[in-house]
Design a protein. Structure first.
Length: 446
């Protein structure tokens, strides 16, 4: 059976190899064909992050879209959530992001949003994928005035104004340290916080096309921890390459991850009567400490599969307005339709100002249960599901943990990895369990 091209977050792969310009061209054509059912001449907003392959794939994708008779609004380098917003702002029929988010520079990706700024459903992705081999010539190639056009518009300023409109607090008097991961936040993030009144210090905002996510940003917040202490910042904000994630750092240089952010913001929203159905949506990877903290505040927690798209679907289907992942994808559905690192940062800082508390104090709302995560690189992650020996190892080790711990083992949606997460009360025991399971995976799948 042929593997599905679309993963949990669009089409990902090594640029110019797995994700070639030819594939990008075909994705543009197929996307235009699928959207043309809804609109005779659909309009696509196209944005990208700073990685060097973005120009190449953007050109190929836009050419494919135009070749099928659709138009392109090119908004340049902007965060992924900006494309979701700008699709609505420019009243386009779809948005497309060229980014591999937190992945290394050699990777890139292509992800679609619909006209409401939602990630397109699996069925639409499958339809796009089915048209990539256009051997039956189902996609028309218009000529003359039927060919699509490309227009370049400013994507930064409308998004900056949108994020500022979400903040109802004056940030003057606050010192904020930013780590832009040499990625899509490099321009807009400093402007937003400066215009909101804060004193801003920035690192990793000079992209050369190859340094995106390299020892910086939300996947490597250690440098920001040190930087916060050096400049005496009240808060540090680390984004990933496409700025849909936030990992914060408090005034003492301690990491505040997505679970902490959901606990802090969820409890604040509950007190103000703004948390719909008194529920926060998280994934199976969120720490048990989040569940405990929310329960103390009389807030329910619903868990989903890993992936912010599944968090979003649960929120949309059940009427919730706050959800996210430990990794820093947080969705404030009252404001945007996808994880938005800069929006999340603004909401977190608004709680600091509203409650007149340092982030280090707010952070104490949640006690983290010890957790170990091991990423095992494998030759073929698709063979994980049917492996009996791995399943047996997981079951045996769960017995060791009992009711005071849990094991989550899953293939990565974007990389050739099997992720092993073990959580419990005793650090030594969970490390032993995680390593035992990882060893079996290595033996079976490498």
């Amino acid at each position: 059976m042929k593997a599905r091209l679309f993963g949990t977050d669009g089409v990902r792969g090594i640029a110019n190899k797995d994700l070639s310009p030819i594939l990008a061209f075909k994705l543009g054509r197929a996307g235009a064909k699928v959207l043309s059912k809804l609109q005779d001449r659909p309009v696509f907003v196209v944005g990208k992050d700073t990685r060097i392959s973005g120009d190449m794939l953007e050109a190929a994708l836009a050419a494919g879209i135009c070749s099928a008779g659709a138009d392109v609004i090119n908004v340049g380098i902007v965060p992924t959530p900006a494309v979701a917003y700008l699709t609505r702002f420019y009243k386009a029929d779809a948005g497309v992001v060229i980014s591999a988010s937190h992945n290394p520079v050699e990777y890139n990706g292509i992800k679609y949003f619909n006209r409401e700024g939602y990630k397109v459903p699996d069925a639409m992705e499958d339809e796009i994928e089915s048209l990539l081999d256009d051997s039956n010539q189902l996609i028309e190639s218009p000529t003359g005035s039927g060919v699509g056009r490309i227009k370049t518009k400013d994507g930064a300023r409308p998004y900056i104004d949108f994020i500022k409109s979400v903040s109802d607090k004056d940030l003057s008097g606050l010192t904020i340290a930013l780590d832009c991961a040499n990625g899509a936040a490099y321009k807009v993030a400093p402007i937003i916080f400066e215009e909101l009144g804060a004193k801003v210090h920035v690192i990793n905002n000079e992209s050369d096309g190859s340094n995106i996510n390299v020892n910086c940003g939300s996947t490597h917040p250690e440098a920001l921890c040190q930087f916060v202490k050096e400049v005496g910042a009240d808060v540090g904000l680390a984004f990933d390459g496409d700025a849909d994630r936030l990992i914060a750092v408090d005034d003492k240089g301690q990491i505040v991850d997505g679970d902490h952010v959901m606990a802090i913001c969820g409890c604040n929203m509950k007190r103000k009567g703004l948390l719909k159905n008194d529920t926060v949506v998280a994934t199976i990877m969120s720490n048990m400490g989040l569940e405990v903290a929310l329960k103390k505040a009389d807030i329910k927690m619903v868990r989903t599969k890993v992936g912010d798209r599944y968090v979003f679907e649960e929120m949309l289907n059940s009427g919730y307005n706050l959800g996210g992942e430990q990794s820093g994808h947080i969705i404030f559905l009252d404001h945007n339709t996808t994880g938005d690192g800069i929006l999340t940062a603004v909401k977190l800082i608004n709680v600091m100002v509203d409650e007149q508390k340092a982030l280090s104090e707010l952070r104490e709302i949640m006690t983290v249960f010890p957790q170990v995560i091991i990423n095992v690189r494998v030759a073929d992650k698709s063979k994980y599901d049917g492996n009996v020996h791995i399943k047996e190892a997981i079951a045996e080790n769960q017995k060791l943990l009992g009711d005071t711990g849990r094991i989550v083992v899953r293939p990565s949606g974007t990389e050739p990895l099997i992720r092993v997460m073990v959580e419990g009360e005793e650090q030594d025991l969970i490390e032993k369990v995680a390593n035992a399971i990882a060893d079996v995976i290595k033996k079976e799948l490498q």
